[in-house]
Design a binder for this molecule. Structure first.
Ligand SMILES: [Zn+2]
Length: 221
């Protein structure tokens, strides 16, 4: 470790992305502390296919520290969380979907949302995932109409109407005949991912499977 990073550590000790506790030297590579590794709400099962969307893996359950960390990532400017989140999700993808996809893409936010927030959290996550898998993310979708956040809506029907027809494929030649792996940060009701999958399949993709860092607990859908 260089002198500058050593000095910086005195003032800004690297903290666990989930519990924000300063990390031991040995924990710093992953930016996740041992206690969180042990105690985070890990999800076990794959989410079954629905509509045009195939199976989805999500290593974590969206609650407690996971919920707070994702909130800091999306709304608190903690863009750097993309790297540890991406590594974690890449491990899960390797374990679940190795050899089952041809390209990695993501469910984009609208340009309005992106300019308000300054970044597209799903794109950053997809970039970090792809890097950890020695791959490169491919931009395939555009969200051309801004919609209210789905999390503020009640019924599944409302959520579906909210995102219906708001995506388009930006480069159909890149998705034609391809098995696509779609990345998003959180899987809630699956509405967003299903709509992205439908749009990709309509443009000629062979299949779409998904990977999200966290999913809401069963019963919250
Ligand atoms: Zn921790």
């Amino acid at each position: 470790m260089g002198i500058f990073s050593t000095i910086a550590d005195l003032f800004f000790p690297p903290r666990c992305v989930f519990c924000e506790r300063p990390l031991e030297r040995s924990e710093r590579g992953d930016r996740v502390c041992r206690k969180c590794r042990r105690e985070l709400p890990w999800g076990e099962e794959l989410i079954p296919p629905s509509g045009e969307l195939g199976r989805v893996c999500a290593p974590l359950v969206y609650r407690d520290n996971v919920r707070e960390a994702l909130h800091r990532y999306k709304f608190g400017g903690k863009m750097g969380y993309a790297t540890p989140f991406g590594r974690m999700l890449a491990d899960e993808i390797k374990r679940r979907f190795d050899g089952e996809y041809d390209l990695i893409t993501w469910a984009p936010v609208s340009s309005k949302r992106k300019s308000e927030r300054g970044y597209d959290q799903a794109m950053l996550l997809a970039a970090a995932v792809a890097l950890a898998l020695d791959d490169a993310p491919v931009s395939t979708l555009e969200k051309f109409r801004d919609t209210p956040a789905n999390s503020g809506l009640g019924s599944r029907r409302e959520r579906e109407q909210n995102v219906s027809g708001v995506y388009r494929v930006v480069a159909p030649e890149l998705v034609a005949g391809k098995r696509v792996l779609l990345i998003d940060d959180i899987y809630t009701s699956g509405t967003t991912m299903r709509e992205c999958a439908r749009t990709l399949i309509d443009a000629g993709a062979e299949s779409v499977i998904g990977a999200a860092l966290a999913r809401t607990a069963k019963g919250m859908e």
